[in-house]
Structure formats: C-alpha cells, structure tokens
Design a protein around this ligand. Sequence first.
Ligand code: S3P
Length: 199
Amino acid sequence: MASLETAPPNPTIMGPRAIQALARRIDRPLVLVGLMGVGKSTVGRKLAALLGFGFVDADDEIERAAQMPIPEIFETYGEAYFRDGERRVIARLIEEAASERNKVIATGGGAFVDPATRALILEQAIAVWLDSDLDTLVERVSRRNTRPLLRTGNPRETLERLKASREAAYSQAPIQVESRAGPHSRTVHAIAGALEAFL
Ligand code: S3P
C-alpha cells in the first residue's frame, strides 16, 4: 500500500470493470472525513453506489440512537455529550462494517478530530479526507441551517478557524481528495482513482 495518495484535479473515469475490480480489492470500510460542507454524505452515498457497497451516515445514526436531531442534542445536553455519543456510534459502525466488509461511512466534521475515533479509523478502515476551499464550503453550508456550530457567529470565520485547527488531524488520512465546486460525481471518480493508486 502506498502511504499517501492525493487525487489529481482531473480524474480519469474508470470503466465498470475497473470499478468492479477495485471494489473487490477494498477489504476495509471507507470512511469519509473532513469539514462541514465538503459533501461527505452526498459523495459517500454516490461512492457506495458506484462500488456496490452499503452506505451509512454517522450523523444519522447518532440522531437515531439519541432519538433527537443534532441541533437539539447540542442545545439540550451540550457538545461534550454529542461527542461522547459520536465516539460510541462510530466505534459501533466500524465494528459492524468490519464484518460486512463493503461499506462507506460518512462522518460528521468533528469525528476524526477525536483522538480515539481517529486511531480506530486509521487502524480498521481507509480514511478519505475530502477538502474544499473556503468559498465552496461557505456556499454549501449556507443551503441549510442544521449545523449547531454555525448557528452563532459568522459561518465563514468559524469555518476558517475550524479548517486551520483541524487540518493536522484530517491530514493523517492516507487518501486526500479535493471536493471542488461542481458535480459531486467528479469527486467520486477522483476518490476511486486515488483508491486504485493507494491499494
Ligand atoms: C460537526 C459537523 C456536523 C455534525 C455536528 C458537528 C463538526 O456534521 O456532526 O454538527 O464538528 O464539524 P457535517 O460535517 O456532516 O456537517
């Protein structure tokens, strides 16, 4: 396995047979990490469909476990409580995915920043860091108001601060792909190409 794979800006589109062959070589869950607004859930769902894998969104699972939407968890119990739940839910998803083998997991932006969650993902899965420039992030997060960390203050400033403070954690992912403005399918193919080179 190569140590680090950064996807080229213009990915080659792999054909169905190459994708099938790639899917067979992937023996661990794929976990998408990165900031709010990079498109982890949408890209993750499309990547899973391309590879013929299952898909699970960690934030959805946290909401299901808590029987409460994320903004309400933050409001009622605070961020530390959310992070505890997030750590437990991701550990369970990784454990389940290990037996199911073919799975794409999208995580919330703070998950990979937690040392225990990061160590688990790095050990048991293949982490893919999706990154975008600040303008793209700001535009994407403006589409819905469901992110507690962006409800107060200026979203651009918050994202800029989080980008700087979380980069050291995200950059530990062995695969790094830029999720540009434009169709998510392009990012999906960039991930496939990076996986092909990585495995
Ligand atoms: C968070 C990101 C959110 C969600 C929660 C906290 C973060 O997920 O987990 O609001 O700390 O960056 P998305 O990255 O899917 O928006």
